[in-house]
Design a protein around this ligand. Structure first.
Ligand code: NAD
Length: 503
């Protein structure tokens, strides 16, 4: 079909063939539903239009995934072979690193050098890391009595629906695919409608790496139809979701109908505490990175900074200096760009409305506070926002409590350790947290007391595929990455062997 591929030339000169169909059974096929047009957030101009799945298309993809579970296709393939396919996939990604970085930068708005050096490194490492796990997940033998031999086997959950967000398009796909494939599941992946392109190019590599048809299926869509259809489908055994807390609630309700296994990774309002003995230069450097990198569009962004009252003034001065010297705003293709445009006009409007609301509520603007007008005329319609710092607002204000998902931070004073911990924990969220201190005892004491799935001591956001990632409270259920990520995609079967005559 003519419209299942289009030839594209990115603004950095990279030309390639973009698939546009749904990827089902290792083939690109047209949808019976609508289409999605992806927009370059730096210019507000369309990049490409791709097929969006209807619930009927989702049904086709789920049936393909179900059929692929059965021998000789996937579930019973020797796990070492599975791991080798995944390792080959990682190698193919490596060979296409520049292409993927180009697509994600174009589609999402993140600087190309960030996509190339950070997102792609993470995505490739994640697949490679889990390729090694494929033949290292097994059960136990369990001692009971001389009459009984018992053992467990670790088996895949089955067909997994994976719904991902737009902030790290390819990387989020690999966080979900890596452990799912290592454990022998089959997948229907739904990328975010804001960034539908890189997953389709990735689909080519799935086929090239030798994965049998139906093992990985990729269906773009807006969420409400195909996303919901996945969550409700009786043949889908598990849903893994990353995105907003509101959508997670919807998915949980829909998945309840068939009691699906779920993993949810939602939002946060992660605290970062700076004690008076902290290395100030390091604290400023990491706390700036912890909220302003990736245009502030990070679920673990440390967006509530609590600084000991004796050093608040100095911290604010240095934080503003860090913004002035580091946060160069520009389009994706300039090597010196630190901050690109926000992903969509909707996100841009949402962030600006939070900024206006905070000002109206009396928060003090330390830096930024509005949209950024780019120097280049080609980017005049882009979704650029100034990195914005607020202080002088109560913990109860909306800007201090709600996830903005943009380059906006609230920096507030605390009086002592007890005050800092109590206020850090006074939130419905519990994803990340960070502590800056040179006092080892305090660092570990505070890390243990903070209600979150992850704590960074003297850094922020430096995640690693080998280390578990996830939240407590309303920030999520279950863990991704690391050995813990395998738990989400496998189940334990107990086998009882009667060695005597017990009955
Ligand atoms: P979202 O939750 O609406 O979208 C995330 C994914 O869920 C997308 O693939 C979307 O198509 C899908 N989806 C949407 N509605 C669905 C439904 N009813 N059933 C099944 N799937 C559905 O998030 P968003 O609108 O892109 O962003 C809104 C807010 O979410 C952001 O401002 C931010 O606060 C938060 N967010 C968090 C993360 C994260 O990494 N935790 C990522 C992106 C956005």
């Amino acid at each position: 079909m003519a419209d299942l591929y289009i030839d594209l030339v990115a603004p950095n000169g990279h030309s390639y063939k973009q698939p546009t169909g749904l990827f089902i059974n290792n083939e690109f096929v047209p949808s019976t539903g609508q289409k999605i047009t992806s927009i370059d957030p730096a210019t507000d101009k369309p990049i490409a239009t791709v097929h969006a799945a209807s619930s009927e298309d989702v049904n086709r993809a789920v049936n393909a995934a179900k059929a692929a579970l059965v021998y000789p296709s996937w579930k019973l393939l020797p796990p070492t072979d599975r791991g080798q396919m995944m390792a080959k996939l990682a190698d193919l990604m490596e060979q296409n690193r520049e292409l993927f970085a180009t697509i994600d930068a174009w589609d999402n708005g993140k600087p190309y050098h960030v996509a190339l050096n950070e997102d792609l490194t993470e995505a490739i490492t994640t697949i490679r890391y889990y390729s090694g796990w494929a033949d290292k997940t097994f059960g136990q033998t369990i001692s009971t009595t001389p009459e009984k031999f018992a053992y467990t086997i670790r088996q895949p959950v089955g067909v997994v629906g994976q719904i991902i967000p737009w902030n790290y398009p390819l990387s989020m796909a690999t966080w979900k695919l890596g452990p799912a494939l290592a454990c022998g599941n089959t997948v229907v992946l739904k990328p975010a409608e804001q960034t539908p392109l890189s997953a389709l190019v990735f689909a080519n590599l799935i086929k090239e790496a030798g994965f049998p048809p139906g093992v990985v299926n990729i269906v773009n869509e807006y969420g409400k139809e195909a996303g919901a259809a996945l969550a409700e489908h009786p043949l889908v055994d598990k849903i893994a979701f990353t995105g907003s807390t509101m959508t997670a609630r919807e998915i949980m309700k829909k998945a309840a109908g068939t009691l699906k296994n779920i993993t949810l990774e939602t939002g946060g309002k992660s605290p970062l505490l700076v004690f008076p003995d902290a290395d100030m230069e390091q604290a400023v450097k990491w706390s700036h990175f912890g909220i302003m990198s990736n245009q502030g569009q990070i679920c673990t962004a440390t967006s509530r900074i609590f600084v000991h009252k004796d050093i608040l003034e100095q911290f604010l001065v240095q934080f503003k200096q860090a913004i002035d010297s580091t946060s160069k705003i520009g389009d994706q293709w300039d090597e010196s760009t630190f901050q690109g445009p926000q992903v969509t006009r909707a996100q841009y409007d949402r962030i600006l409305s939070y900024i206006e609301m905070a000002k109206a509520d009396g928060a003090v603007v330390v830096s930024g506070g509005g949209k950024h007008t780019p120097a280049e005329s080609k980017n005049k319609d882009g979704y650029f926002i100034e990195p914005t710092v607020f202080t002088g607002t109560p913990d109860s204000s909306r800007i201090a409590r709600e996830e903005v998902f943009g380059p906006v931070v609230v920096i507030l004073p605390f009086s002592d350790e007890e005050d800092a911990i109590r206020r850090a924990n006074d939130t419905t969220y519990g994803l990340g947290a960070a502590v800056f201190t040179r006092d080892l005892t305090r660092a570990h004491r505070v890390a243990a007391e903070i209600e979150s799935g992850m704590v960074w001591i003297n850094s922020s956001q430096d995640c690693d595929p080998r280390i578990p990632f996830g939240g407590v409270k309303q920030s999520g259920i279950g863990r991704e990455l690391g050995e813990a990520g395998l738990e989400a995609y496998s189940q334990v079967k107990a086998v009882h062997v009667n060695l005597g005559s017990m009955l």
